[in-house]
Design a protein around this ligand. Sequence first.
Ligand code: ZN
Ligand code: ZN
Length: 273
Amino acid sequence: MTLWICSTCAVEYPDTPQPPDVCHICADERQYVPATGQRWTTVRDLAAAGHRTHVAEVEAGLYGVTVEPEVGIGQRALLAQTPAGNLLWDPTGFLDQAAVDQIRELGGLAAIAASHPHMFGVQVEWSRAFGGVPVYVNEADKDWIGRTDEVVRFWSGTFEPLPGLTFVQAGGHFRGSAVAHWTGADDRGVILAGDTIAPVADQGWVTFMRSYPNSIPLSPAAVEQVVGRLEPYAYDRLYGNFGRVVSADAKAAVRRSADRYIGWIRGDFDADT
Ligand SMILES: [Zn+2]
Ligand SMILES: [Zn+2]
């Protein structure tokens, strides 16, 4: 059995004798096929090349899962604990027995979901390692799935996979782009933002993009849509998927950043250009 993994985005594809000609996620304008051409790998090849998973606490009840050296886009997956079971968010494109063992010690997994197709990783493989737990995919992004499977379940709008966790379809980056709102161990609220809202280098600020690698912006209306769909929720911290975090008062940071972004797109600050 050869489950193909795109080397550029680390999203899994089905068991076929030959891999697809091209990864449809990378061929899209939001991603890229490297100038050297499409390449494919497998979990076994990645393990043989020395890739290993690492699980580390990020804050109380929240853990980061990384692969070193990085694979694909290189996201840090997040594991959020709830009394009813754990969510794995933005699953990595590689897993090994060490990760499975460590996550079992943290209570295993009850749900798996990606914020959007760039972060599908080897989501079905992760599910298989934990007894076939559901993999939730937003209905609007179903055509981006490379490896279909009976564990995949669709949702749209808002959805509560576990008590204390709510998926919110905010759109923007993809039509089905989602965030996960988690109550957090301190009940102050945490947003797992994926690429829907991205913390930037300057602490206390975020951005919103159609494409990060190709720097394609979103319109003012699309940014207002993303912010508006999070408006009903209280949150203090916001995690992107590359280790960046807004570590306090994140809801105000999102509003402030949206205002600045929209001001620039609209031309409010053109005197400074
Ligand atoms: Zn790809
Ligand atoms: Zn993305």
